[in-house]
Design a protein around this ligand. Structure first.
Ligand code: HEM
Ligand SMILES: CC(C)=CCC/C(C)=C/CC/C(C)=C/COP(=O)(O)OP(=O)(O)O
Length: 288
């Protein structure tokens, strides 16, 4: 790929855009186990959600360009280091956003459109502000991250019911160990960028305890789709296995390796858990 287009691809934070879209697709297929599947709506979810998230990430690159220069992980980002200027990034982000929102409104419904608007605004403005000001920014950011699966679900059902709320809770809780693990192994980055974050404010041991607590809460929440009858016994067995894997990673190495190594391992495991969880949510309603 040409260097310039590669830079634009980096601007949308492809890992985050792809994985969040995946959670939207999972929500869609859970809905399709209770109401008839509509392929056009699926197309709307895939492209609409992906484009809106991509757009939000581009705007985040612009807003965070100063912070990004102060962190080792982000200092090579295109807007931060001037490879793409602010104006071009804003045009790119706006084009993605307009196409994304138009796709959502045409192919899904008004409720899903509004969820997209809320998530978009929340990530860029509310989280963008909180990130600089409070140690609770992770919890606040988690709200935006938990909305795509809800949007995928409402795109088909047109309403927020208990299943939609459970999806929100599962993904919200998944994000806490995911991000606190990053906060641990990137602690010096956050410290030099002067961003309040749990590991910097309260230390590594406290963050480790938080991760363990949220991993347990996630494990409990992932069973709720079964408890409330949206999925069946195979979903429960497999989701218990996934949670057990994550908990095992947390507990087995808790005092055996250094904190940073432990956190890196938990982060890697969080991605395995995310993919497995998306898969189980998507097929859970069809399994016996
Ligand atoms: C459901 C929501 C979320 C999903 C699906 C998700 C997914 C991912 C994935 C797949 C990666 C690895 C690929 C990459 O680096 O681009 C990643 C990394 C990252 N995520 Fe998340 N994430 C979510 C929520 C969050 C939240 C709430 C935060 C912070 C408040 C966060 C912060 C980060 C950071 C900083 C990285 C880079 C880690 C590094 O390489 O040092 N994520 N995320
Ligand atoms: C529909 C819609 C817009 C949904 C939002 C989905 C989304 C982008 C979720 C990610 C949540 C989040 C707080 C990521 C961290 O960003 P960060 O800025 O702290 O990450 P960075 O340090 O890598 O810049």
């Amino acid at each position: 790929m040409e260097r310039r287009s590669r830079s634009y691809v980096q601007l949308i934070k492809p890992g985050i855009t792809l994985s969040n879209t995946l959670t939207g697709i999972a929500g869609f297929f859970l809905a399709a186990s209770t109401v008839p599947l509509n392929v056009l709506v699926l197309v709307g979810v895939i492209f609409g959600v992906a484009l809106i998230i991509a757009s939000a990430c581009v705007f985040n690159n612009v807003l965070d360009r100063k912070i990004d220069t102060r962190m080792k992980r982000t200092k090579k980002r295109e807007v931060a280091n001037g490879v793409i200027n602010v104006y071009k990034a804003l045009v790119f982000g706006s084009v993605l956003g307009v196409i994304g929102f138009v796709t959502i409104i045409i192919l899904t419904n008004v409720l899903t459109f509004f969820l997209g608007v809320i998530a978009f605004f929340w990530y860029i403005v509310v989280y963008g502000y909180a990130k600089r000001k409070t140690v609770f920014s992770t919890i606040i950011g988690g709200v935006a991250g938990a909305l795509p699966p809800v949007a995928g679900y409402t795109a088909l059902t047109g309403r927020i019911d208990l299943a939609a709320i459970i999806l929100f809770v599962i993904l919200f809780l998944w994000q806490m160990p995911h991000f606190y693990a990053i906060a641990m192994f990137r602690r010096s980055d956050y410290s030099s960028a002067k961003l309040p974050i749990w590991s910097v404010t309260y230390g590594m041991k406290s963050t480790k305890k938080q991760i363990l607590m949220f991993t347990i809460t996630y494990a409990l929440a992932s069973g709720l789709l079964y408890v409330f009858g949206y999925t069946h016994i195979f979903y429960l067995i497999l989701s218990v296995a996934v949670s057990a894997y994550w908990l095992h990673q947390a507990i087995a190495f808790y005092n055996k390796v250094d904190d940073e190594k432990w956190a890196r391992n938990m982060f890697g495991a969080s991605l395995v858990v995310l993919l497995s969880t998306c898969f189980l949510i998507a097929v859970g309603g069809y399994l016996p």
